[in-house]
Design a binder for this molecule. Structure first.
Ligand code: GLV
Ligand code: GLV
Length: 330
C-alpha cells in the first residue's frame, strides 16, 4: 500500500494532489500534537510529517511514532523540533532555507523605517486629525546611522545589503567570522561592542539552547538611550520582560518586533500593545504570496524526496543518510 503521511498545514490544491497521488494523507489541525490526534494504529504507520513551527516534534513524538522517517517544517526555523531525538530515531529533519531570506530582510528594513521614521505613528497622526492642528513630530534619518546585526547568515547578509542602500553603516557579530561579508565592507564587532555602539540592533540568530533568553537586562543596559531594537527572528531569543522594562524606562528608545515569546500576542495581556515607541507585527517575515508559495513547495518536495529515496532540497541533519533505502522498506 501507499506510505502514510501527516499534513499539518494548509496546502494549495496542486500540492495536496501531489501528496494524495503518492501517499495516504492524514490531516491534523496546525498546532495539534500529532501523536495524540491520530488513532494508535494510524500513528504507528506514519512515515512523514509536513507541518509548521507550531507543531511540537519532541522526544515524546519520536517515541510514539516509530515509523516516521522525515519531518518537514514549513519554516526555516526548526526550534519546534528536537533534532537530536530525530537523528537518534533515524529521522531526516527538513526546513525551507533560502527561499524566504529576501522577504524577511524586507520586513526588517520595514521595521527600521517604521521605528526610525515613525511611519505607523505618523499614519495615526493623520487619521486622528492632528495634522490640521499643528506640525507633525520629527523623526530620525537612517543615513549615517549604524546598524548592528546579531547573526550573519543568509538573512543577515540581505538585511546588510538593503541597509547599505539607505546609507547606513553596517556591523555584525556572529559566532564565526564571515570573511565574505567583511569583504563587502560590513564591520565585525565584539558582541558587547555591538550593543554598546549601534543605533539599531537587529537579531538574526535562530532560537537554540544557546540563544534562548540571550538578550536581556544586561544587553539592553549597554545600549544607547537613543537605540532601537529590531527582532524578526524568534521572540524567545529575548528576555521579554527585561525588554519591556527597558522600553518603559527609556533605557532604549524603541523597538520593532515581528516575533514574541507567546504568539499570537494578546494585546490585552501585553504591556507592549500600550506603548507608542514600538511597532508590532504578527510574525509575518515570510508572509508574502510569492515567498509562502516557494516555502510550501520546498517543504512538500522535501517530504516527497525523502520518502521516494532521494536527497531532499534542504535537510538540517544530513548525517541521517538513508536515501535510497526507504522505498524498499516501505
Ligand atoms: C518563520 O518564522 C520561519 O522560521 O520560517
Ligand atoms: C539566518 O540568517 C539564516 O537564514 O540562516
Amino acid at each position: 500500500g501507499k506510505q502514510a503521511v501527516v499534513v499539518s498545514v494548509n496546502l494549495p490544491a496542486d500540492l495536496q494532489g501531489a501528496l494524495q497521488e503518492r501517499f495516504e494523507v492524514h490531516p491534523v489541525a496546525p498546532g495539534e500534537r500529532i501523536e495524540k490526534a491520530l488513532a494508535p494504529d494510524v500513528a504507528a504507520r506514519i512515515r512523514g510529517v509536513v507541518g509548521t513551527v507550531r507543531t511540537p516534534l519532541d522526544q515524546a513524538f519520536f517515541q510514539s511514532m516509530p515509523a516516521v522517517r522525515v519531518v518537514s517544517n514549513f519554516a526555516v526555523g526548526y526550534d519546534n523540533i528536537d533534532v537530536k531525538a530525530a537523528t537518534a530515531a533515524n529521522v531526516v529533519v527538513c526546513n525551507t532555507p533560502g527561499v524566504l531570506d529576501a522577504a524577511v530582510a524586507d520586513l526588517t528594513l520595514g521595521l527600521i523605517l517604521c521605528t526610525g521614521r515613525n511611519l505607523v505613528g505618523l499614519d495615526r497622526f493623520v487619521r486622528d486629525g492632528r495634522w490640521a492642528k499643528g506640525a507633525a513630530p520629527l523623526s530620525y534619518d537612517l543615513m549615517g546611522k549604524s546598524l548592528g546585526l546579531l547573526g550573519m547568515g543568509r538573512i543577515g547578509r540581505m538585511v546588510a545589503e538593503r541597509a547599505r542602500a539607505f546609507g547606513m553603516k553596517v556591523f555584525y557579530h556572529n559566532r564565526n567570522r564571515q570573511a565574505a561579508a567583511e569583504a563587502t565592507g560590513i564591520g565585525y564587532l565584539e558582541r558587547d561592542e555591538l550593543f554598546r555602539t549601534c543605533d539599531f540592533v537587529s537579531v538574526h540568530v535562530p532560537l537554540t539552547d544557546a540563544t534562548r533568553n540571550s538578550i536581556g537586562a544586561r544587553e539592553f543596559g549597554m545600549m544607547k538611550p537613543s537605540a532601537i531594537f529590531i527582532n524578526t527572528s524568534r521572540g524567545a531569543v529575548v528576555d521579554e520582560p527585561a525588554m519591556i522594562e527597558a522600553l518603559k524606562n527609556g533605557t532604549i528608545a524603541g523597538a520593532g518586533l515581528d516575533v514574541f515569546v507567546k504568539e499570537p500576542l494578546d494585546p490585552a495581556a501585553s504591556a507592549l500593545a500600550g506603548m507608542d515607541n514600538v511597532t508590532l507585527l504578527p510574525h509575518v517575515g515570510s508572509a508574502t504570496h510569492e515567498t509562502r508559495r516557494a516555502m510550501i513547495d520546498l517543504a512538500v518536495h522535501n517530504l516527497i524526496d525523502v520518502l521516494e529515496g532521494a536527497r531532499p532540497g534542504a535537510a538540517v541533519n544530513p548525517e541521517v543518510d538513508h536515501y535510497g533505502t526507504l522505498k524498499e522498506r516501505a
